[in-house]
Design a protein around this ligand. Structure first.
Ligand code: GMT
Length: 375
């Protein structure tokens, strides 16, 4: 198939999933065309079966706001026509699904039919989508999509709750390549951040409010007060400055490192003992799955789609949102002995295997074929 994938190219989970999906489909022989405004961070360069089409918005002085959606729709029309695409797959409802609708209508008027699949990732529905000013556009786009997918059962429920749609929603979860090689910890790298007998905790996110990064620091402070530990913080975003202040106020800076944005987060995860994800809401929690895949148990909140990924007492432990006391207690429980940590590590990998890339990518292929058959 020739597939156009429309995505946000930045560090967010939706962009990561869309890029990894495209790369996996390209490996299976499909021709993939990424359409977005800058080179997707996870794309890499010069890969067989992959082309990247940049959407460029001109900063004409008349425009106070650049009309990205319009330029994106025009780019989709162009790529579908000239590359002969069979299907468009848009990740994130706004503005990708509405631009896809417009592109499909323009192409129809020219005698070309191209269906589009919309994948909802979470914040497009749970945060942005709940802003009433977006509601009519999102509802319309869901109803007009040729197929809609969500990344968890929880997000599917939220979508039906917040939007007036009876459209069938297919749940296709996030995925991960689970490495076959053993997850031996690189002690030399680990020793840069922790002594051998000190636990190394880790959090990776875009430091937005929804991630409750202040809870990460609070949990860490409590764990550290009982058992000398260290914390690695990966990523950047609006809450980072506050976190740096908090770290100084709590006098934890000797044990906390802000690493900033790192492209291959597996390198950090592979030296960690625990992953912290205390989010306010999370449609899936790809970061938790990435940790589990390399054998890092997860201390998380029990909100949204997280319980579908992090299994309580198996791959980690879950608590109510904001209950940092319980999360710290849980962290100490997993770290209480080498045997306990080793069991959680092993079970985290086994749990992650249910989300193996090969299985999930086939689910998308089946859906594409179904859409093309009924088009
Ligand atoms: O919250 C983020 O990290 C970014 C956001 C996005 O849309 O890029 O992530 C959402 O999509 C991911 C991929 O499907 C999910 O794993 C995340 O749980 C989801 N984030 C939220 O729901 C807050």
């Amino acid at each position: 198939m020739k597939i156009g994938i429309v995505l946000y190219p930045t560090y967010g989970g939706s962009g990561v999933v869309a890029t990894e999906l495209g790369k996996a489909l390209a490996l299976k022989g499909h021709e993939i065309h990424f359409i977005t405004y800058s080179h997707p961070v996870r794309l890499g360069a010069f890969t067989e079966n992959i082309q990247y089409h940049e959407v460029r918005v001109s900063d004409y002085p008349l425009f106070e706001y650049e009309p990205y959606e319009t330029v994106l729709a025009s780019k989709m029309v162009d790529v579908v026509k000239h590359e002969g695409l069979d299907l468009l797959h848009v990740h994130y409802a706004i503005p990708h699904a509405s631009a896809a609708f417009m592109a499909r209508q323009i192409l129809k008027s020219q005698g070309v039919f191209v269906p589009f699949v919309t994948t909802l990732h979470g914040t497009d529905i749970t945060l942005v989508g709940k802003d009433p000013s977006f509601e009519p556009v999102i509802t319309f786009c869901l109803n007009e999509s040729d197929a809609v997918t969500t990344v968890s059962e929880s997000l599917k429920k939220d979508t039906y709750k917040h939007f007036d749609t009876s459209k069938e929603i297919h749940v296709i979860p996030n995925f991960i390549p689970v490495p076959e090689e053993d997850n031996e910890i690189d002690l030399e790298v680990r020793r840069r951040y922790a002594k051998d007998d000190e636990p190394l905790l880790c959090h990776i996110s875009n430091f937005r409010k929804v991630k409750r990064v202040e809870d990460v620091m609070k949990i860490f402070a409590k764990v550290h007060a009982t058992k000398k530990s260290n914390l690695l913080l990966v990523g950047d975003g609006p809450e980072r400055f506050k976190m740096e202040e908090m770290c100084r106020e709590l006098d934890l800076c000797d044990h906390v490192k802000f690493l900033g944005k790192i492209q291959d987060t597996r390198l950090v995860l592979r030296i960690a003992d625990l992953f912290l994800l205390p989010s306010e809401t999370e449609s899936f929690g790809l970061a938790a799955l990435e940790a589990m895949a390399v054998g890092v148990p997860v201390i998380s909140s029990n909100t949204g789609g997280i319980p579908e990924v992090n299994k309580h007492g198996v791959s980690g432990l879950l608590s109510d949102v904001g209950d940092v006391e319980d999360m710290a207690k849980n962290a100490l429980e997993i770290l209480s002995s080498k045997e306990s940590l080793a069991t959680y590590r092993k079970n985290a990998i086994l749990t992650a295997k249910a989300f193996d890339i090969d299985k999930i990518v086939s689910e998308y292929e089946l859906l594409y074929m179904q859409v093309l058959r009924s088009a």
